[in-house]
Design a protein around this ligand. Structure first.
Ligand code: NAI
Length: 341
């Protein structure tokens, strides 16, 4: 077993977070992953313990380690505190959200899916430029939401996607936009994207799609996609859609990356409907931990865990309810540990 030499921040999160994190840590420990965890709070767990959804110790830890594994965090709907996920992205400039989708469960509606969504994480409509104004006799009768993109950020995110394609032997990048209607904001993304694509000519193929058409193409023929790069809101929606192609949110990992830090997480939320019941599927968070192992150059450990996931899920004997089985979180964890070579 290797020694724990790489400091990393660990945030168990809310709802099902602690249960799935326990499972993931058990498996990381079983392969001897070299992380020296700094355990910290965020989200409702932070509010409950220290009345702060993002304590400064948590931020300082991520600043020190530059590496974090994060469980889902509950965000109050409507009022309450701002999404901690969004705040973390802004604090560490985590501009690139990488969301891979790969078929693991055989016999589903879509076999052999293998695509990646690169979502811009800081701008667009998630900039939270929101306010209300009077309308129809109601002082808050109209709600306004503003989005923005910058030329620099459009260039950076599309470049990230093309670089990712080159490094990971991917053949094609699709620029997804709505420049026909949102002519300035989405138009700038497309314009900058085309410029970047030009630099990769001959190495990576470029393709373009309007977001609504892309949503349809993802259902009719998802195999035509390889890497998709798009702005914040479109990326958020399309990545849930692609998760649906391969068995749902329980199988979808993600990474938030900048040159300052990398935060790995599941795409799904805190699933309050099943929290504390021992039913949650830990695979999305485990797949995020696998991405984290690759990020630190431990392909060997990543491959061992990937192989165990494949063998357990393919055999079909131990699956959680969201995947059509009867197993609980602990049953799946035990089966995965047993399948590790
Ligand atoms: P959700 O992803 O938590 O749940 C949607 C549905 O998927 C639920 O039926 C849930 O039981 C199921 N589900 C999700 N993860 C699962 C898993 N691992 N195993 C089995 N079933 C699973 O989305 P929802 O309900 O809209 O959001 C709940 C809370 O999570 C909200 O406060 C939201 O803001 C937050 N959230 C946090 C995210 C993050 O921290 N990255 C991402 C998305 C939502």
């Amino acid at each position: 077993m290797s020694s724990r030499t790489i400091p990393a921040t660990l945030i168990a999160g809310d709802g099902i977070g602690p249960e799935i994190m326990e499972s993931v840590i058990e498996i990381l420990d079983a392969v001897g992953a070299p992380f020296a965890w700094e355990k910290h709070l965020a989200g409702m767990a932070g509010v409950d313990a220290v009345n702060d959804p993002l304590p400064k110790e948590t931020i300082e830890s991520i600043r020190r380690t530059g590496l974090a594994l994060k469980g889902p965090l509950t965000t109050p709907v409507g009022g309450g505190f701002k999404s901690i996920n969004v705040t973390l992205r802004q604090e560490f400039g985590l501009y690139a959200n990488l969301r891979p989708t790969k078929t693991i469960i055989p016999g589903g509606r879509y076999e052999d899916i293998d695509l990646v969504i690169v979502r811009e994480n800081l701008e667009g409509y998630y900039a939270a430029l929101e306010h209300t104004v009077p309308a129809n006799g109601d002082p808050k009768g109209m709600a306004l939401s503003g989005g923005y993109v910058t030329r620099q950020e459009c260039d950076r995110i599309v470049r990230f996607a093309f670089d990712y394609a080159v490094k990971n032997n991917r053949k094609k990048v699709t620029l997804v936009h709505k420049a026909n209607i949102i002519k300035q904001m989405s138009g700038m993304f497309l314009e900058e994207g085309r410029k970047v694509a030009e630099e990769y000519k001959g190495r990576v193929e470029v393709d373009e799609s309007i977001v609504d058409a892309c949503a349809m193409r993802l259902v009719t023929n998802p195999w035509q996609f390889d890497v998709i790069v798009t702005t914040n809101l479109f990326g958020d929606i399309l990545s849930d859609q692609t998760a649906g192609l391969v068995g749902g949110l329980g199988m979808a990992p993600g990474a938030n990356i900048s040159d300052k830090a990398a935060v790995f997480e599941a795409v799904h939320g805190s699933a309050p409907d099943i929290a504390g019941k021992g039913l949650a599927n830990p695979l999305a968070l485990l797949l995020a931990a696998v991405m984290m192992l690759r990020h630190i150059g431990r392909q060997d450990l990543a491959e061992r865990i990937d192989a165990a996931i494949n063998s357990v899920i393919t055999s079909g004997k131990v699956r959680t309810r969201d995947l059509g089985g009867q197993a609980g979180t602990k049953d799946l964890t035990a089966a995965l540990k047993q399948a590790l070579n």
